[in-house]
Write a protein that binds this ligand. Structure first.
Ligand code: HEM
Length: 420
């Protein structure tokens, strides 16, 4: 056994048993971050904080929520909103948090794409991030069901129905997911379990993996410069802080994080107190009714782009049925972002504005995603249906041509270097 001596402080006592000084160095005071980064690199911390707010407000809601089709709607709209002290506040924090977390996830994700932060060495950061995206999507979808309003019911109906399109096992799979032949009490209770237990646990594990995957490659920087972290941290520790290209996470970088986080919180609580309704669909204030289909069924804003890809293919093409093509396109949209590190064939790590071909690709993708999001909310008739169709095709084509575009870029860079 190790040798234990009388400790002179609680810190020393803990250090002898848990080596906390070393842990503090590894995770905080000697965890190195490049100097050359901007406020967009604070989004990861903003996400971690927003997730904590979702967890805490969710625990309070859980004390009064009833996962039963006869009681769920009233437990939310009556008990929590009107009877419980500050129940409305926790519901607003939870509802606004669920929506805003996607806004920040998208900013974080597209920052990564813009700066090429998924390239060689950083693939695991990207993949664990994509895993988080999928888990957050499942968490949001399962949570949306819980108030058991009209949109909760019909969104659950439409989304679980999608699985019916999978060849051979589709019909049985839908019944297995719902726990019944239609969306029923069994569906609500299992989605409740997923929402409050299994998916949050998986998210916590995935956040751990995401943070851990940052350790060896470190975060990227604004110019995509390859930094020798050992050498630069040596300069910092030797007191040559100005010459060093890095700073420690604690206390230097965290101060910048907290500054960005404070601005975010002002915006967040402005929404919570004055505009919480943006995160809540008015149709969902009508109790679920399986006999009354709402005129338009659409998901929350953050799913609209992929929903539009699903329904963009509204006519049969040869022997292929429209619904099957839509389903295949939807499946494609779900996985294709995860493959970016391998679809981008250019080894250059640099912001998109310094990569002319990639810059065009990136901004076209942004425009297509915005169009898909806007049209995902509109009824898919007349011109809307055609816009949805062409945008969905463009979305798919953009990913298919990415390897070609980036290979051409890599060739151009190589020939420019030869010419120098
Ligand atoms: C709740 C979810 C998430 C949390 C808490 C989180 C947290 C973080 C943190 C703290 C960092 C380091 C600082 C920074 O660059 O902001 C980071 C980096 C990164 N994250 Fe996430 N993240 C999440 C989701 C995602 C998603 C959905 C993606 C996209 C697929 C992603 C991709 C990345 C990438 C590529 C980096 C490296 C950035 C760089 O090297 O410059 N993350 N994340």
């Amino acid at each position: 056994m190790a040798k234990f001596e009388k400790a002179n402080s609680v810190g020393e006592w803990l250090d002898q048993r848990l080596n906390i000084k070393m842990l503090n160095r590894v995770l905080m005071t000697e965890y190195w971050i490049p100097k050359d980064i901007n406020f967009l690199w604070a989004m990861g911390m903003v996400l971690a904080f927003t997730f904590s707010m979702l967890l805490i407000s969710g625990i309070f809601l859980l004390m009064y929520y009833k996962p039963d089709v006869n009681m769920a709607f009233d437990s939310v709209n009556y008990t929590i909103m009107q009877e419980v002290a500050y129940g409305w506040l926790f519901r607003h924090i939870h509802g606004v948090g669920a929506s805003v977390v996607f806004l920040i996830i998208y900013i974080h994700m597209f920052t990564g794409i813009y700066y090429g932060s998924y390239k060689r060495g950083r693939e695991m950061i990207w993949l664990s991030g994509m895993l988080l995206f999928v888990l957050f999507s499942a968490e949001a979808f399962s949570g949306y069901m819980l108030p058991w309003g009209q949109m909760s019911y019909w969104a659950a109906y439409v989304i679980t129905n999608i699985f019916g399109g999978i060849p051979f096992i589709g019909d049985e799979l839908v019944v297995w997911i719902r726990g019944n032949f239609y969306v029923a009490d069994s569906t609500l209770t299992r989605f409740f379990m997923l929402h409050v237990l299994l998916i949050p646990l998986a998210i916590l594990g995935a956040i751990g993996l995401h943070f851990y995957s940052l350790r060896i490659p470190h975060v990227n920087n604004q110019k995509g410069e390859e930094i020798d972290f050992e050498e630069e941290s040596g300069k910092y520790l030797a007191g040559r802080k100005k010459q060093s290209k890095v700073i420690p996470f604690w206390p230097v970088f965290i101060a910048k994080d907290v500054f960005v986080l404070s601005i975010f919180l002002v915006f967040f609580f402005y929404l919570v107190f004055y505009h919480y309704d943006f995160a809540m669909d008015p149709v969902n204030f009508d109790p679920a009714n399986g006999l009354k289909t709402p005129p338009h069924i659409y998901p929350e804003w953050y799913f609209l782009w992929s929903y539009e890809v699903l329904r963009g293919f509204f006519f049969d093409i040869g022997p292929m049925k429209a619904s099957d093509i839509g389903l295949a396109a939807f499946g494609f949209a779900q996985i294709i972002f995860a493959l970016l590190p391998w679809l981008d064939r250019s080894p250059t790590v640099a912001p998109a504005n310094q990569r002319p071909y990639f810059r065009c690709w990136f901004w076209t993708m942004m425009v297509v995603l915005v169009i898909l999001t806007i049209f995902g909310k509109l009824p898919p008739t007349g011109t809307n249906a055609w816009v949805g169709f062409f945008s969905s095709i463009t979305f798919i084509l953009l990913f298919l041509i990415l390897p070609v575009v980036t290979k051409a870029e890599a060739k151009k860079v190589a020939s420019n270097k030869e010419g120098e």
